[in-house]
Design a protein around this ligand. Structure first.
Ligand SMILES: Nc1nc2c(ncn2[C@@H]2O[C@H](COP(=O)(O)OP(=O)(O)OP(=O)(O)O)[C@@H](O)[C@H]2O)c(=O)[nH]1
Ligand SMILES: C[S@@+](CC[C@H](N)C(=O)[O-])C[C@H]1O[C@@H](n2cnc3c(N)ncnc32)[C@H](O)[C@@H]1O
Ligand code: SF4
Ligand code: SF4
Length: 308
């Protein structure tokens, strides 16, 4: 069984922010659209119940995110509890704790990992993230490649900050056997006119055209109809994916995702405000599985493409 929204988009994908806490201070962070502070996180048992019910309704892929998911002490327990219900369980992390966690996470049931790596230059890395941890993250990536492949490297590209490093990152991906994911800077519509956004937004469309020229093969993913380019480098073929969400109607028309905030509220879209439906409180107030299923169905029907 799979649920469809009013725009014919299947809901097969769930992104759960398991915490708002983070050991980094990236200056561009969108906080997965959770712009309020909520101290009460879902417990591992609550996350398991959420995923169990979602899996009955067609969710096949779950992504753990945050904040920084690895700051939670009970991360391994969360992974262990939810893996039995999903085909593809992945996590997006800043990589700072991967060196020690990659192997245990794989053992607990995590299938793969995306690691944010916005620069290979220590000073630029620090300027972006606020911390001096590039070396630690590189070691973490090496470990992740052994246990959690395919490893994706998330590079959010920003004008005047790291846009000069795109092709070095393509080489790095080929060298390390990782997949490079180039991400356009994102913000809700009302923020696109701010000085901040104008200063740092770096459009990736021209980069896609160059990738297209260099690629020996191009594929398209179902989700977001994202393009994947296979590009020859001195180190072998690099796999490069482009995440270009801004003003992209095709991207939103092919969005299969639902989100859950760290305090257990469903969120229908990363860029929307006022689209929250409380799930955790219903669980805590003794809602039956049937009642939780109804909440889930209501959320799917609320989904709307953001750029349309
Ligand atoms: N607006 C928007 N941005 C997205 C969406 N999916 C991913 N992004 C952007 O891309 C960033 C990286 O996404 P990841 O957490 O690595 O996940 P992913 O690459 O989409 O997922 P997988 O391909 O399954 O690994 C997100 O934090 C967003 O900035 C989406 O559905 N909408
Ligand atoms: C919010 S973070 C959460 C997971 C983890 N802390 C990390 O940084 O990988 C998820 C991803 O969103 C990206 N990101 C954050 N703010 C963004 C923005 N304004 N535009 C585009 N990507 C952004 C980050 O670089 C990271 O790859
Ligand atoms: S590490 Fe992730 S959650 Fe933390 S500030 Fe950076 S982008 Fe945001
Ligand atoms: S509708 Fe568009 S902006 Fe919203 S989460 Fe989906 S792809 Fe992202």
């Amino acid at each position: 069984m799979v649920l469809y929204d009013r725009f014919g988009r299947p809901a097969t994908n769930l992104r759960i922010s398991i915490t708002q806490d983070c050991n980094y201070r990236c200056f561009f962070c969108h906080r997965e659209g959770q712009h309020f502070n909520a101290r009460l996180e879902m417990t591992p048992a609550e996350i398991e119940r959420l995923v169990r019910i979602a899996s009955r309704l067609g969710i096949r892929k779950v992504k753990l995110t945050g904040g920084e998911p690895t700051v939670r002490d009970d991360l391994l327990e969360i992974v262990e509890r939810i893996k039995p219900y999903v085909l593809d369980l992945s996590m997006t992390t800043n990589g700072s704790r991967l060196k020690e966690l990659a192997k245990p996470l794989a053992k607990a049931g995590l299938d793969r990992v995306n690691v944010s790596l916005h620069s290979l230059k220590p000073d630029v890395y620090k300027r972006i993230t606020g911390v001096d941890m590039l070396e630690t993250v590189l070691e973490g990536i090496e470990e992740a490649v052994k246990y959690l492949s395919p490893v994706k490297l998330n590079m959010t590209v920003m004008k005047g900050v790291n846009d000069g490093e795109i092709w070095d990152m393509v080489d790095f991906a080929a060298k390390t056997g990782t997949v490079l994911q180039l991400i356009e800077l994102e913000a809700p519509r009302e923020m696109t006119e701010t000085g901040f956004f104008r200063k740092y937004f770096y459009p990736l469309k021209p980069v896609e055209r160059e990738l297209e020229k260099r690629a020996v093969e191009t594929r398209e993913r179902r989700m977001h109809r994202r393009k994947k380019y296979f590009v020859p480098t001195d180190y072998g073929i690099a796999e490069v994916e482009v995440v270009r969400a801004m003003h992209n109607t095709v991207f939103c028309a092919n969005c299969t995702r639902l989100r859950v905030t760290s305090n257990g509220m469903f969120k229908t879209c990363l860029l929307r405000k006022n689209d929250l439906i409380d799930f955790a409180t219903a669980m805590r107030n003794g809602a039956s599985d049937g009642e939780l299923v109804e909440i889930f169905k209501k959320v799917v029907l609320m989904r709307e493409p953001y750029w349309k």
